[in-house]
Design a protein around this ligand. Structure first.
Ligand code: GLN
Length: 487
């Protein structure tokens, strides 16, 4: 059973169809694994066992009746705890939502349930998805399964760690500036951010609405492609979701990449990148050359501004999005206030953590009259230049590669005292959110301390099939994904 849990979703699906295992057994195996390792990993804010077993039971009934199984039916899957799942607590890892119970399902949740995917748990995250290490959670830190003293990355740290530790086979995360790709790279799993609009954000607790996007975590590229297929599509409840057909992303996984052009982002290969990470990307370049791809060097001159642009736009949007948490409509309310204003201020002072408050203050400042033109408007203009930078390089190449992060997972506490060093962790991932393009992180080896390294691949908007193709070809040339963290 333990062995089956370590396998991919596509292998587990075969075992279900061949009746080697039932869906209820698979779900129970997942919970047994959670019992075994969760004390060490601490990936979850809550378990949703009853619902998972109910869904698994339905899958077994379908198998017994010989009905056709939807893709990923019966595969144990985790939701990041900023996605609504009716009847479950949805906290965004914030004290202000500590006792908030979802009254409805997010679209992604509904899609999973419609496909009979058992949702086993709600994963811990940085509060409101603000962070790169999962240390900003109000409900404790998640530990990296490869080394429990290190961070799993953030903000979807619980999602990444749960897949890396085989507590679940698949997970969903959200990525505003790298929050899927970064923890995927730190935890040695696959993590993918789709094109902005590819997946509905309805029911995702908003951080920065023009950048947020939900995407899959898995241990293999094929599994991530299947999960994206299940959650994608136009949704009338999210006006930014795209009216384009959902593709079968597994179809072109194995396409020949001979003659295709890949650009190495030179701006992300120089100073500040650890030697082990640089070597891993150089090895990836060799792999792609051996596969017949044409690898060239490209530069994105706006890349050095991406963190600055992001921390104006994302904070501006969050200062507005988080205004709704005022003690009236949702969750926490302070104990004793003498009037309405005091209730608002005390609730927010007590309910939000330090990083969230920092962001709200920065964003409010950037939007305030007198500063709006100098900061917010300028950042919007710069955002367009970032997009144009990508448009220009994508005229020459089909995909871009770089490290997902200049370094591997760091020690817990190492960057907490210095927000800027924490923000810099996202230097390689943030530009993709600003441009709205898809990106993936795939395991690309280990550093001298045996911590996983991630390779980032980026393609133009809506070229997810290409993205998975490039990722799959790389994955299949190595066996990094077969090595699983020992716990
Ligand atoms: N680390 C970035 C931040 O703190 C990105 C977070 C995310 O993608 N949700 O804002």
């Amino acid at each position: 059973m333990e062995e089956l849990l370590k396998q991919s979703a596509s292998q587990q699906r075969k075992a279900l169809l061949n009746k080697e295992i039932s869906a209820v057994e698979l779900a129970n195996a997942s919970f047994a694994r959670i019992d075994e390792v969760e004390d060490k990993v601490k990936a979850f804010n809550s378990l949703t066992k009853e619902s998972a077993l109910e869904t698994a039971k339905k899958v077994d009934d379908m198998i017994a009746k010989g009905e056709e199984l939807p893709l990923l039916a019966g595969i144990p899957t985790v939701l990041k705890d900023n996605m609504n799942f009716k009847g479950s607590k949805t906290t965004a890892s914030s004290k202000i939502l500590e006792n908030f119970v979802s009254p409805y399902n997010a679209t992604v949740t509904e899609k999973l349930l419609n496909n009979y995917v058992p949702i086993v748990a709600k994963a811990n995250l940085d509060e409101f998805a603000m962070g790169s290490s999962n240390e900003n959670s109000a409900f404790g830190k998640v530990h990296n399964p490869w080394n429990l003293n290190k961070v799993p990355g953030g903000s979807s740290g619980g999602s990444a760690a749960s897949v890396a530790s085989c507590e679940a086979t698949l997970a969903l995360g959200s990525d505003t500036g790298g929050s899927i790709r970064l923890p995927a790279s730190f935890c040695g799993v696959v993590g993918m951010k789709p094109t902005y609009g590819r997946v509905s954000r309805y029911g995702l607790i908003a951080f920065a609405s023009s950048l947020d996007q939900i995407g899959p975590f898995a241990r293999t590229v094929e599994d991530a492609a299947m999960l994206l297929q299940v959650i994608s599509g136009l949704d009338e409840r999210d006006s930014t979701s795209l009216n384009v057909p959902v593709e079968d992303y597994t179809k072109s996984l194995n396409n020949d990449i001979k003659g295709r052009k890949i650009g190495v982002i030179t701006d992300l290969m120089g100073e500040g990148v650890s030697n082990d990470v640089r070597k891993a990307v150089e090895n990836a370049i060799d792999t792609y050359k051996q596969l017949g791809a044409d690898v060239v060097e490209v530069s994105l001159p706006t890349l050095k501004y991406s963190i600055g642009i992001y921390y104006i736009l994302a904070t501006a949007e969050c200062s507005s999005n988080l205004a709704r948490f005022d003690g009236v409509k949702y969750g926490y309310r302070c104990a004793d206030a003498n009037n309405l204003l005091e209730m608002y201020t005390k609730t927010r002072a007590e309910g939000f953590g330090a990083e969230v408050k920092r962001r709200i203050m920065l964003g409010t400042y950037a939007l305030s009259s007198g500063y709006y033109d100098a900061y917010y408007k300028k950042a919007q203009k710069m955002r367009r230049l970032v997009k144009e930078d990508f448009d220009r390089v994508f005229e020459q190449v089909d995909a871009l590669i770089s490290p997902t992060c200049p370094n591997t997972a760091f020690d817990m506490g190492a960057r907490m005292a210095d927000p800027l060093s924490m923000y810099l962790t996202d230097i390689a991932t943030i530009s993709a959110n600003l441009a709205g393009i898809p990106g993936i992180s795939v395991p690309a080896g280990f550093d001298s301390e045996n911590m996983p390294i991630g390779l980032q691949i980026l393609t133009p908007q809506l070229k997810e099939s290409d993205l998975f193709n490039f990722a799959y070809k790389f994955e299949q040339e190595h066996d990094y994904y077969k090595t699983i963290a020992k716990l």
